[in-house]
Write a protein that binds this ligand. Structure first.
Ligand code: A2P
Length: 277
């Protein structure tokens, strides 16, 4: 199959990561969505233990006709598995469910500061990384304070911090800290969960100007700034349309329209309190 080349970012250990991937949070029929995504050209698949679809995704990886090594697969450690021993066991289980000998990127899903186990958990991820069974390790939803505490306690810098990020919630200070520490910013809910962001008058007007859809225009805002993005869609047409973003870019004036958005703000959970799963 002929697919457009996907730009990559280089992680702080030299590993290349596709800049656009397919998010699998609450995606119905994960098996079919992965097959459709891979057929469209997606090579980055982002899941998590708490999404409950690792086995389905593993099945699709086996059946998609590509060498699994040509895909970049991310999964995440569930909050209930935080802690050194439990994280090592949870990692083994995720690999088993996915049917993979090695994962490309393994992430701590949430910091859960109230339980304060993320330093021990990170020690387990360090061991996993050093064993070669994860090509890279990182975190999600860590604030500046959590990242600084990791840096004070470990020589291993997370390759990625995956955070809620979109023009209505730009996380400017956190992104600057990532740049200073050498951490790639990965955006979850890059589309602000859809209509809350994509139906805004400013976004619609900008999309008319670019001649692209609101979602494509917002994805370009991310790609132009070096973020990795994992928009999700259970709809094949939107999945394809979200992948058709490699032949244009925003100029400074267009980008500043999105930079100036103040709404909708955060659409997902607050990392300082979220402790489910
Ligand atoms: P659907 O699955 O029906 O396509 P995010 O990744 O920012 O959380 O956004 C995901 C939400 O945005 C989903 O509800 C998805 O719905 C919707 N979505 C994904 N792609 C598009 C698109 N190109 N246009 C409009 N909505 C989209």
């Amino acid at each position: 199959m002929t697919v457009p080349a996907i730009p990559t970012v280089t992680l702080n250990n030299g590993v290349l990561m596709p800049q656009l991937g397919c998010g699998m949070f609450r995606v119905p029929d994960a098996y079919e969505v992965v097959l459709s995504a891979v057929h469209t050209g997606y090579r980055l698949i982002d899941t998590a233990r708490s999404y409950g679809n690792e086995a389905e995704i593993g099945g699709a990886i086996r059946d998609c006709g590509l060498d699994p090594a040509s895909l970049f697969v991310t999964t995440k450690l569930a909050n209930s598995d935080q802690g050194y021993d439990s994280a090592l066991q949870a990692f083994d289980r995720s690999l088993e469910l996915l049917g993979l000998p090695v994962i490309d990127l393994y992430l701590i899903h949430w910091p859960v500061p109230a339980r304060d186990r993320y330093l021990d958990t990170w020690r387990a991820l360090e061991q996993i990384y050093r064993s070669g069974r994860a090509r890279a390790v990182g975190v999600c939803n860590f604030t500046i304070e959590h990242l600084d505490r990791l840096a004070d306690n470990s020589d291993l810098v997370p390759a990625v911090n995956q955070i809620e990020l979109h023009p209505g919630y730009p996380q400017t200070a956190l992104r600057s800290r990532h740049a200073a520490l050498g951490i790639i910013t990965e955006a979850w809910s890059p589309l602000g969960r859809g209509s809350a962001l994509l139906d805004r008058a400013e976004v619609l007007a900008l999309a008319r100007q670019t001649g692209r859809t609101p979602a494509q225009t917002v994805l370009r805002w991310h790609l132009d700034q070096g973020h990795v993005v994992i928009p999700k869609s259970g709809n094949g047409r939107r999945l394809r349309s979200n992948f058709d973003v490699f032949d244009f870019s925003l100029d400074d004036t267009q980008r500043s329209v999105l930079d100036a958005l103040k709404e909708p703000g955060r659409v997902g959970p607050d990392p300082l309190v979220f402790a489910e799963h």
